[in-house]
Design a protein around this ligand. Structure first.
Ligand SMILES: Nc1ncnc2c1ncn2[C@@H]1O[C@H](COP(=O)(O)OP(=O)(O)O)[C@@H](O)[C@H]1O
Ligand SMILES: [Mg+2]
Length: 247
């Protein structure tokens, strides 16, 4: 349902960020992008969100070309980017219309572990709480596709764990399609149905791993550990930054 079709991207300064990138993501699937810094992960999410245009190729949702941001797609960044002049409830409800606005805001707040925080100002929140609000804001409109650019990497380990669990629970409830960028191999394997390893200069796909493990995954299990080792080795090849023929 999310199709990235032959996408190349050059920036005005001549940098080629993506070269003929192709990926099809099924409805409700979670795909994780991982790879050396500069391999075009953020660029790809920007293009998929409609905030920027591909130089060549295109991105489609349910067969319809993405040309601008819409409520079908939502992008969550590493930093929360809340509106400082709006209280938590209005940050979440921004752009939300219709009946039961208040109820929807309250329910989504509870789902990210922030019950009763609706009247707080962003400056009164910790980094972890602010990121919970950002996730609630993205989920409240029930987008078909959620794009996440290193959403937990600024958080401490405990908050990170907790928010990962909240997000997985929310995903299980409404099954949005997710495309997530992370630098953390454990995080990739906790979330992904598939992990795509990219490599830079220009950004392209190096290898793909299917994560065939039951949900509520145990990072200590031998299967998880084995995948982790393979992914680690692949990431090493990504860092090396040259084309590599997988064994
Ligand atoms: N607005 C821009 N103008 C010029 N070059 C850019 C711009 N944004 C990103 N780049 C370059 O494109 C490449 C991919 O960047 P990015 O998508 O941010 O990589 P990643 O998120 O994988 O670290 C890098 O070489 C980066 O320097
Ligand atoms: Mg990035």
């Amino acid at each position: 349902m999310l199709t990235i079709r032959h996408v190349s991207k050059w920036f005005a300064n001549g940098t080629q960020a993506l070269d003929n990138f192709m990926l099809k993501i099924a409805s409700g699937e979670i795909v994780v992008l991982i790879g050396a810094s500069g391999c075009g992960k953020s660029t790809l999410l920007w293009l998929a969100s409609g905030l920027d245009r591909a130089s060549q190729g295109g991105i489609l949702i349910d067969g319809e070309r993405v040309t601008r941001p819409s409520s079908r797609i939502n992008l969550i960044f590493q930093e929360p980017r809340l509106f400082p002049w709006l209280k938590v409830a209005d940050n979440i409800g921004f752009g939300l219309e219709g009946r039961d606005r208040r109820g929807r805001i309250e329910r989504v707040l509870a789902k990210v572990g922030l019950e009763g925080f609706d009247a707080r100002w962003p400056k009164e929140l910790s980094g972890g709480q602010a990121q919970r609000v950002a996730i609630a804001r993205a989920l409240v409109i029930e987008p078909k596709v959620i794009l996440l650019d290193e959403p937990f990497s600024a958080l401490d380990a405990f908050t990170r764990r907790d928010l990962q669990q909240h997000l997985l629970t929310l995903w299980q409830e409404s099954r949005p399609t997710m495309l997530m960028v992370t630098h953390d191999i454990d995080e990739a394997l906790i979330f992904a149905d598939r992990v795509i390893v990219m490599q830079p200069w220009p950004g392209r796909i190096l290898e793909e791993f299917t994560v065939d493990l039951q949900r509520d995954r145990d990072p200590a299990s031998p299967e998880f550990e084995a995948l982790k080792r393979r992914l680690h080795a692949s990431l090493g090849r990504s860092m090396a930054g040259r084309r590599h023929l997988a064994a």
